[in-house]
Every structure is written in structure tokens, then in C-alpha cells.
Design a protein around this ligand. Structure first.
Ligand SMILES: *[C@@H]1O[C@H](CO)[C@@H](O)[C@H](O)[C@H]1NC(C)=O
Ligand SMILES: *[C@@H]1O[C@H](CO)[C@@H](O)[C@H](O)[C@H]1NC(C)=O
Ligand SMILES: *[C@@H]1O[C@H](CO)[C@@H](O)[C@H](O)[C@H]1NC(C)=O
Length: 450
């Protein structure tokens, strides 16, 4: 009983103290006059133990500032920033002289932050620290996914480079490490793709058109642009989209399907790492052996989950809907994937059978691509890179007022429609920019025959 009454009185007292301080802050000086000595600071430390210089472990927060139970506050023997200083350390009553305000906080970019307060600067956390005798903002130093410096560098040399950069707002505030891990997601292809022998086809390279667009050629049969979210599964999305495109094309529109990337992400778990990346050869092998259902039946959630189906299942058992008129008995499967060897082979393949899957080496500047014909800027530091798989849907040439035309690929990315040129990017063609022509794969779908 007695105890709780005391607590109540203490609360009332602190309330009064807060008011007094606010009043005097408004005039620029904290006014401790009239405050009885209290155990504000001393209560937290052994009574009568006093430290000599400023010691932050020997302080206690009081109303937005810090109260020191040491000689630090005692600038000239008259002023004391903490009302309990004398009673606990020097054994004398508080001598109220002209008070002083002690700045215990950080001034950072024109704003004041109290000790311990933190803010976010792009992808890094900054915290005000007053521990080392001086107050300073300590910031993490992670490279960020959107670095204003990179944007400036690219836009400055835009004429020579051929593309422009922007702050993609979805990427702002994330680390480059996050981007490389969660916005890409294809395991180093040189470990498996290079073992595949490129197919040889017979065609006349001089008869290939100067530009080509799958979406124009096969209207309504080509997949759009997806957003993989913060899930490193480009291995699954690019595989599924290339397979879907080819179903629409080869079935001549009878089986226009959007296949389920979630099915592949969740169920192709052997040797794959879900949202932490996967191998394209294993992905294609899964589609070849077990097949996939369509997007409506197994929608994208952007996270690896428990697989919903047993591996071997018939179309009827899945209870998925068939396109009108379809007599499909098994899931949507493909024949073995094959590799395309060079620029014109890739063009011929796209022209004849549809979009192909390519794996590119991603440098930090790709994340801020806005428009134009991408090539990695040699001025952008590139100690960190990753592999990403995408879908090449066409090509073209840009005529310049001087010099030869600039040849490019048109590529569908999986970072949403707000990124780049409506979700697509153009990249230099014919010079293996970012290794884009090294690891190019395609398949034939097992469309049903009518
Ligand atoms: C003590 O501090 C007050 C307040 O800042 C100042 O006006 C005064 O001159 C100081 N006295 C000495 C002896 O330094
Ligand atoms: C980038 O975009 C984000 C989100 O729109 C914004 O908060 C940030 O201030 C922008 N950064 C720069 C440097 O423009
Ligand atoms: C690519 O290889 C084929 C033979 O497979 C050849 O006819 C063609 O000229 C090559 N294209 C380029 C750009 O080297």
C-alpha cells in the first residue's frame, strides 16, 4: 500500500519536472532552479560513486538530454546539468548557478538526433552515438541497389554509353547484396550449359530481317512481363515463360497457356534452391519429365512453398481447367532443351520458333537501367556480379547520325512493368555483352496434335 502511493507521488513529481524543463528549453536554457536534488542519475549507479571526466556509462537520460553523474557537467563549480550531482558525488546540496545546456545529440544533414536515435539513409542504418566524447552519426556502409552515384555516372556519359539510368523506386532502400540474391536467381551457367552442344541449323544469315518482334509476329500468344518480387527465382520464371510462348506458337493458338512458375518453384526442389536460385538444366528436366499446370491453377505467390501435387499426376487429377476444346491428358511438357551457338543462330531460332532463354551476367548498373541500349558501363565498379535468366523476344538496330547502326536484342525482364522500357530492356547484340549470347537455350513444347 505505502509503496504504490510513493510510486504515484514520484510520477507526479516527474510530470512537474518535465513541464519545467520544456518551459525553459523554449527560452534556450534549461532551468534547474527550484528542483530538489533527486536520485535521477545516482539511482542508476552506486551512490556517491562519481566519475572524473565525461563517462557516458555514468549518465542517465532526462527529458531529451543526458544527465551526467560525473565532473563533466561541472564546468565551473556553479552549474550542474543534473540535480543529483552534488548530493551523490560531492556530498553538497545543489548550488543553483546559471545553468548550461549540454548538446547531447547529433546534427546530421540539418536535423538534430538524440543519442541512440537512428534513421535510414537509402539502404543503410545510421545511429547517433555520443560515446566517443563527440557526438556523431555512425552509418552502415553497404553498397545499395540504387546508388545515386551510379545513376549520375551513367547519365553523364549517356551519349557514349547509349542508355539512361533512373532511381527505380522499388529498389531504393535495399542493399546490392539483396538485389544480387533476390532479384536474380540463376546459378552460374558455365557449370552446365557449356557442356551442351549447340544445335546447327541450315539457314541463310543474310536473309534475317533487320528487326523482329515476337509479340507482333505472334499476337496474343507471347507472355508479358512478370515481377519476381524479392525471390531469386528467375530460373523458374524465364523457363516457364519461354515454354508458354512456344506452346502458343507451335499449337497455332490452340494451346495458348500461361504456365505456372509457382509449380516449378515449389515442386522442382531436387538440387534447386527456390528463391535463392536454381539451375536451368534441372528446371528444363523437370518440365520435360513431369510437366507443369497453368498459372490460374497454381498461381504465383513469390515464395517457395510445399509442393501441392505429387510428381506424377494426370491432368484430370490436378482438377485444372483445359483450354476450350483441348483433350490434354498429361501436364504441359517439353522435349529436351537445346543450346544456340551464336548471334545469327539465336535470331533464326527466335524467328522460326519464338522467344529463347538467355542467362546474363548482371553488374550493379543494370538495376538502375531506364531506357536505351544497355551495355555495362566500365566506369561503374563491378566487384559484385550475379547471373540472371531472361527471355530474348526480338531484336533491332538503332540508326545513329554518325557511325554504324547499333544492333540490339529486345529482352523481357522479370522486375515488373515499371522497370526499364515497360519491363523490357534492350542490350547490345553481336558482341556477347554481359555474356548474353553464351548461354542461350530453347525447347519444343509437347503440344497435343489435333
Ligand atoms: C561559469 O558558468 C557561467 C555560465 O556559463 C558563466 O557565465 C561564468 O562566467 C562561468 N564562470 C567561470 C568562473 O568560468
Ligand atoms: C528514389 O526513390 C525513392 C522512392 O520513390 C525516394 O524515396 C528517394 O528519395 C529517391 N532517391 C533519389 C536519390 O532520388
Ligand atoms: C553462326 O554459326 C552458323 C553455323 O552454324 C554460321 O552459318 C553463321 O554465319 C554464324 N553466325 C555468326 C554471326 O558468326
Amino acid at each position: 500500500m505505502t509503496r504504490s502511493r510513493n510510486d504515484f507521488r514520484l510520477t507526479m513529481f516527474i510530470g512537474a519536472f518535465v513541464l519545467t524543463l520544456f518551459f525553459s528549453y523554449a527560452q534556450g536554457i534549461p532551468d534547474f532552479s527550484g528542483l530538489p536534488p533527486g536520485p535521477y542519475c545516482g539511482a542508476q549507479y552506486p551512490a556517491l560513486r562519481c566519475c572524473d571526466g565525461r563517462r557516458d556509462v555514468c549518465s542517465a537520460p532526462i527529458v531529451g538530454t543526458l544527465c551526467y553523474c560525473d565532473d563533466f557537467c561541472d564546468r565551473n563549480q556553479t552549474a550542474d546539468c543534473c540535480p543529483d550531482y552534488w548530493s551523490h558525488c560531492k556530498g553538497k546540496p545543489v548550488d543553483v548557478g546559471p545553468p548550461q545546456l549540454i548538446q547531447v545529440g547529433c546534427l546530421f544533414e540539418g536535423k538534430f538526433y538524440a543519442h541512440g536515435q537512428s534513421i535510414k539513409q537509402n539502404c543503410n542504418k545510421c545511429k547517433c552515438s555520443t560515446l566517443e566524447k563527440k557526438a556523431e552519426m555512425l552509418c552502415e556502409t553497404n553498397p545499395c541497389l540504387v546508388e545515386p552515384d551510379i545513376i549520375d555516372t551513367v547519365n553523364f556519359e549517356n551519349d557514349r554509353l547509349g542508355w539512361r539510368a533512373e532511381n527505380h523506386s522499388e529498389f531504393w532502400g535495399r542493399t546490392l547484396a539483396d538485389g544480387m540474391q533476390l532479384r536474380l536467381g540463376t546459378k552460374n551457367p558455365s557449370q552446365y550449359v557449356t557442356k551442351m552442344i549447340p544445335v546447327r541449323t541450315v539457314y541463310d544469315p543474310t536473309k534475317l530481317p533487320k528487326s523482329f518482334d515476337s509479340a507482333e509476329e505472334w499476337k496474343g500468344k507471347i507472355a508479358g512481363v512478370r515481377d519476381q518480387g524479392w525471390c531469386g527465382a528467375s530460373w523458374a520464371l524465364s523457363t516457364v515463360d519461354v515454354a508458354s510462348d512456344r506452346y502458343g506458337i507451335i499449337s497455332k493458338g490452340r494451346e495458348v497457356v500461361e504456365l505456372s512458375a509457382q509449380h516449378l518453384l515449389s515442386c522442382n526442389d531436387r538440387g534447386q534452391q527456390g528463391c535463392s536460385g536454381g539451375y536451368l538444366d534441372k528446371a528444363w528436366l523437370f518440365v520435360r519429365k513431369f510437366g507443369l499446370v497453368d498459372e490460374d491453377c497454381y498461381p504465383w505467390t513469390g515464395a517457395k512453398e510445399q509442393c501441392r501435387f505429387p510428381k506424377r499426376i494426370t491432368f484430370d487429377q490436378t482438377r485444372c481447367r483445359r483450354p476450350a476444346g483441348s483433350t490434354r491428358k498429361e501436364l504441359y511438357k517439353v522435349t529436351p532443351s537445346y543450346r544456340l551457338g551464336n548471334e545469327t543462330d539465336i535470331m533464326h531460332e527466335i524467328r522460326m520458333s519464338g522467344p529463347v532463354q538467355a542467362t546474363i551476367k548482371v553488374y550493379p548498373d543494370l538495376f538502375v537501367y531506364k531506357s536505351g541500349i544497355y551495355r555495362h558501363s566500365p566506369r561503374v565498379e563491378s566487384s559484385r556480379t550475379g547471373y540472371h535468366s531472361v527471355r530474348i523476344v526480338g531484336w533491332g538496330e538503332e540508326i545513329l547520325s554518325y557511325g554504324p547502326p547499333v544492333k540490339y536484342w529486345v529482352v523481357a525482364n522479370s522486375w515488373g512493368k515499371d522497370w526499364g522500357e515497360n519491363g523490357f530492356f534492350r542490350i547490345l547484340r553481336g558482341s556477347n555483352e554481359c555474356e548474353i549470347e553464351t548461354f542461350v537455350l530453347a525447347v519444343w513444347p509437347k503440344a497435343i496434335t489435333y
